[in-house]
Design a protein. Structure first.
Lengths: 566, 103
């Protein structure tokens, strides 16, 4: 049974940057807004961990830069698979998004003349375009968004886990959820729902995400009838700390030290290797090339003890290190690392390029269901270039909020209380399971190992087939018997984790299946058995939708750029 | 590998009259945070231990605020050391073990 009922115009699931930007926009259109999060609204999600930059073509650092060059760079960086209409939208509105943030009280770094400081993150940017704030850009953005949400007295509910989205007459009607702290079941009736649930880095054993990044939002949307797109493209970065565990997965953006004279990363034989893996021979290539290069060195037996390569921060003076990466340096030192000696750096899952397919209004294919940020799909194609993620969440967050507010006007869709009760009973029945089954954390470890071995940086047919078989077997054998360590409802993470792991098993299977279907290499997806990009057959997005109760994967030709054609 | 011994204060308010301490042991390879140690206890030693599976790893969210050896610390930013005692923060209503009511 449902314990508690909430009614709102716009329900936002996710309390990171995209969710809060959407909440502010929806509120400003006059909607009643409720933001819920698995963690603390405004202090969860990955926006707060953003370090590198935020692309907006002000043309300050180089007057030749403009929104059209940003568009071209992003289409190229997405290896032809990004939805041109979405890219036009966020490149076209990027400058306004920065100006909104400054109006919200967020100040970015400026030069001595007071002009915004812009820098080039990597070779994917034609001109220096990324703005920054020290080396922790996400913190001031979240502070400003939190302050704006507070001023508007937007309703915020913390530690709420959504188990199902409810649909009536072909449009969104609300959600069923669990309150972690009390164990109560909630029904939330809403005129529109915005998914801002982030990515799924937790599918991999080493990731730069937070441990609640389990991809539940994608499965909720799929089950409600929305389409997903391009799940096979998972950005793996080669800038993660590997050892010790205290800092494992933390990004150490050493590439910014290279122009300042730092020695480039080297393998266990002491040799540099990056240029050998970049098609253009660059020794500071696009981000995903780092991961493939490091994976290649490790597989060739030239890796470090914990499966990576070396980077020596001691090859620049300590002042340069502290000046370039102040908060990262301080962070590593706080765990007792000696920053004058080489560390092991390597591959971590960083970003899911695909997700819930949206249009330029940030609406999914299910009317009334919107998506913003990493859980959404289409904006980045086959590999997101650095600095576009904050641009995207702020542009589409604002659009999602405005459009959801408009969609929520008028009467709410019928809400089926019987369906909500049935869902609550399903979720509660998980606690009644015999506690002799495998615990969710054990199954999660299996998923992570399989993803790492076969669905990570380098893929091939045999590995992907075996991964799909593993995920099928987990779904058939392990999930039905999975059980929590305790049957209490209060603060029972095993209970939540059972739901997360069920979603993760299905999502992992879809990612592996999409990767298996795509018999080419493109962007973040690299098949060693099909190492070339095949534009003739695969300039296509992989759409995923429920058909007759099972997900169907359908390749569809990339949309033409209508703005460019006009 | 080294052995990490931790003492954790436990309380199930609906069942216990007062909190009690329990001791746990982990084998670790290099430095881990207190929050990682707690997660390992939950995963591998005692799944009934209630904790929050948060980890912003930056001291931002504040959800892992705890008393660590008598001092209020953020468990994600604190190196786990042998013999540590971990308890929920004082003046907060404990919901279960290390999970306490928010403001």
């Amino acid at each position: 049974m449902i314990d508690r009922t909430i009614e709102t115009d716009v329900l936002i699931v996710g309390g990171g940057g995209g969710g809060l930007r959407a909440a502010i926009a929806a509120h400003d259109e006059g909607a009643r807004v409720t933001v819920i999060s698995k963690g603390i609204v405004g202090k969860s999600g990955l926006t707060q961990t953003a370090v590198t930059g935020f692309q907006a073509a002000f043309g300050i650092a180089d007057p030749r830069d403009n929104a059209d060059v940003h568009f071209q760079d992003s289409i190229k960086g997405g290896y032809g698979l990004a939805d041109p209409a979405l890219v036009r939208t966020y490149t076209g509105e990027a400058v306004a998004a920065v100006e909104d943030m400054e109006e919200f009280g967020c100040r970015f770094d400026r030069d001595e003349n007071g002009a915004l400081f812009q820098r080039k993150l990597d070779s994917s940017q034609t001109y220096p375009r990324s703005i920054k704030k020290g080396d922790s850009l996400g913190t001031p953005i979240m502070q400003a968004l939190r302050r704006q949400a507070k001023i508007r007295e937007i309703e915020q509910l913390h530690e709420i886990y959504v188990t199902k989205l409810l649909v009536a007459s072909g449009r969104i009607a609300g959600a069923v959820a669990i309150d972690f702290r009390t164990g109560e079941t909630l029904s939330i009736r809403a005129g529109a729902v915005i998914m801002a649930t982030g990515g799924a880095g937790e599918l991999f054993p080493v990731n730069s995400n937070t441990p609640d990044s389990t991809g539940d939002g994608l499965m909720l949307a799929l089950d409600a009838g929305a389409e997903l797109v391009d799940l096979e493209f998972i950005l793996m970065l080669g800038h993660a700390m590997l050892h010790p565990e205290a800092v494992r997965g933390m990004l150490f953006t050493f590439q910014y030290l290279l122009p300042k004279g730092a020695r480039g990363p080297f393998n266990n034989d002491g040799e540099p290797f990056l240029a050998n893996y970049d098609p253009e021979g660059s020794d500071n290539p696009a981000r995903h090339i780092y991961a493939r290069a490091i994976f290649g060195e490790v597989r060739a037996g030239r890796g470090t003890p914990h499966g990576g390569v070396w980077f020596d921060p001691g090859s620049v003076p300590l002042e340069v290190l502290q000046d370039t990466l102040p908060s990262q340096t301080k962070y590593l030192q706080s765990f007792g690392l000696d920053v004058s000696k080489p560390f092991e750096v390597g591959v971590a899952a960083h970003y899911m390029c695909g997700g819930i397919r949206i249009d330029v209004n940030a609406e999914s294919t299910l009317p009334g269901l919107f998506a913003v940020g990493e859980c959404s799909g289409g904006a980045h194609g086959a590999a997101r270039v650095g600095g576009n993620s904050l641009t995207e969440i702020l542009v589409f967050g604002k659009r999602a909020g405005r459009n959801a507010a408009a969609a929520a006007k008028g009467e709410l869709a019928d809400f089926n209380n019987g369906e909500a009760d049935a869902e609550a009973n399903r979720v509660l029945s998980l606690l009644d399971r015999d506690t002799q089954g495998r615990r969710p954390s054990a199954i999660k470890a299996d998923i992570q190992k399989t993803m790492n071995d076969y669905v990570g940086v380098v893929r091939n047919e045999d590995g992907l087939a075996s991964a799909v078989a593993t995920f099928d077997e987990l779904a058939e054998r392990d999930l039905p018997a999975m059980s929590p360590a305790t049957d209490g409802r209060v603060a029972n993470y095993d209970w939540i984790e059972m739901l997360e792991v069920s979603a993760m098993t299905r999502l992992a299977n879809l990612i592996a299946s999409a990767a298996r279907m795509r018999k080419e290499s493109r962007g973040a997806h690299y098949r060693e058995d099909f190492p070339d990009t095949n534009d003739r057959d695969w300039l296509r997005n992989t759409r995923i939708r429920q058909e007759n109760g099972a997900p169907a994967l359908v390749p569809v030709a990339v949309a033409a750029d209508m703005a460019g054609a006009a | 590998m080294t052995t990490l011994r931790l003492t954790i204060e436990r309380l199930t308010p609906s069942e216990d009259e007062a909190p009690h301490d329990e001791k746990f042991e982990l084998e670790i390879d290099g430095t881990i945070s207190v929050l990682q140690a707690i997660r390992r206890v939950h995963r591998g030693v005692d799944g009934t231990l209630a904790f929050r599976n948060c980890d912003c790893r930056r001291g931002v969210c504040g959800l892992c605020s705890m008393m660590i050896d008598g001092k209020r610390r953020l468990a994600c930013m604190c190196v786990a050391e042998d013999g540590m005692r971990i308890a929920p923060p004082p003046n907060r209503r404990v919901l279960k073990d290390l999970v306490f009511e928010l403001d």
